[in-house]
Design a protein around this ligand. Structure first.
Ligand code: UT7
Length: 328
């Protein structure tokens, strides 16, 4: 019998401290009104000095493993997607998380696909599971993005927040993952990047830079084109989708894509107001929001849609095969 890769659980972890739009007004030439109007963001979470990306990832991972009703040592592969790893460039954050979970000998590695990281990991996990190479893959999008932000640059620092989202993908008899599509175009590499070329000898602080308006224009088009492609390929209509869960970068981008695809508010998951842009963690955090609100239950069909630095992008059509939140 052909093995089917299924999403068995979802979980997230956010650090304790929040930074509101008003908080920025005390040290930056910005306003709550500008940030809310242009992005839809009201607040974001910021990790403490002593909390690393792996700590956020570990806390989300523990919950995802419990919710999948498996033991930690049932995990045979850990993948972490991040642009703010504990170490530049080794060891991988996945290896640090494996150590925190007490797993010796488990396969573990990181991927670099910016805000599209979760979709790329889902594609990898699916192939690993359906080929029979692995049974239970733990995928984690985790960011301490505050560590690569310049808090004097109002065009970037107000947009992003820290957090982690984790998911267990297992071989199972559920309805499973239907299809995933990923892509990239390196022509746009300088529009959104963390500058410190590893070719330079001198070590400067790493800092995220973005030409926001140019990114915005490509993002809206790519996000809507990619999901339309995936729906058409699978002969599905937007009305077949239970939940549309896009990357949470900007409410205006989400609204544009929602309108273009003709999706209702009930179908669309929006939480950018609470978390800001958490890059690779954004989609799993948003899935978890829908899950904990009781909107995502077993058998629901999700359409995931991501876009990020590179540029990279990806979309996924997948059922949720986990236990309903109220039955945990
Ligand atoms: O996660 C990966 C994908 N990322 C994205 O998709 C992000 C895409 N980009 C965006 O979300 C938006 O472009 C931003 C929210 C980053 C910016 O919004 P915008 O409507 O594109 O504004 P803009 O960059 O065209 O700037 C408009 C004005 C400028 O002033 P002038 O030149 O018109 O005088 C900026 O200097 O807004 C100014 N501005 C600010 N003002 C107050 C930029 N940032 C701020 C700020 N507070 N924080």
């Amino acid at each position: 019998m052909k093995l089917k890769a299924c999403i068995k659980s979802i979980a997230s972890y956010l650090p304790e401290k929040t930074l509101t739009n008003k908080d920025f007004e005390s040290f930056l030439d910005t306003s709550d009104e500008w940030i809310l109007k242009r992005t839809g963001i009201k607040q974001r979470y910021i990790a403490s000095e002593t909390e690393n990306t792996s700590d956020l990832a570990y806390k989300a991972a523990i919950k995802a493993i419990q919710r999948a009703k498996i033991q930690t040592n049932d995990i045979d592969l850990i993948i972490v997607a991040t642009l703010s790893p504990d170490y530049f460039t080794m060891p991988s954050t996945a290896v640090v998380v494996a150590n925190k979970l007490g797993l010796k000998g488990v396969s573990a590695f990181d991927i670099s696909a910016a805000c599209s990281g979760f979709i790329y990991m889902l594609e990898l996990a699916r192939s690993m599971v359906e080929s029979g190479a692995k049974k239970n893959v733990l995928i984690i999008g985790a960011e301490k993005i505050s560590s690569v932000l310049d808090y004097t640059d109002r065009t970037t620092c107000v947009l992003f927040g820290d957090g982690a989202g984790a998911c267990v993908v297992s071989a199972s008899e559920g309805k499973g993952i239907i299809d995933i599509h990923t892509g990239s175009d390196g022509e746009f590499k300088d529009l959104l990047c963390t500058k410190r070329s590893n070719q330079t000898k001198q070590l400067e602080p790493i800092k995220l830079e973005m030409k926001g308006n140019e990114v915005f224009k490509v993002a809206v088009k790519t996000l809507s084109d990619d999901v339309s492609y995936l729906l058409d390929k699978n002969k599905l209509k937007t009305s077949d989708i239970d939940l549309f869960i896009p990357h949470q970068a900007n409410l205006r981008i989400i609204s544009y894509v929602q309108e273009k695809l003709g999706l209702s508010d009930e179908q669309c998951v929006v939480c950018v107001d609470k978390f800001g842009n958490t890059s690779a963690a954004s989609i799993p955090i948003a899935i978890n929001e829908a899950y904990e609100q009781g909107r995502l239950t077993n058998g629901k069909l999700m359409l995931l849609d991501a876009f990020g630095g590179g540029f990279t992008w990806g979309s996924a059509l997948t059922y949720f095969d986990g236990i309903d939140y109220k039955n945990l």
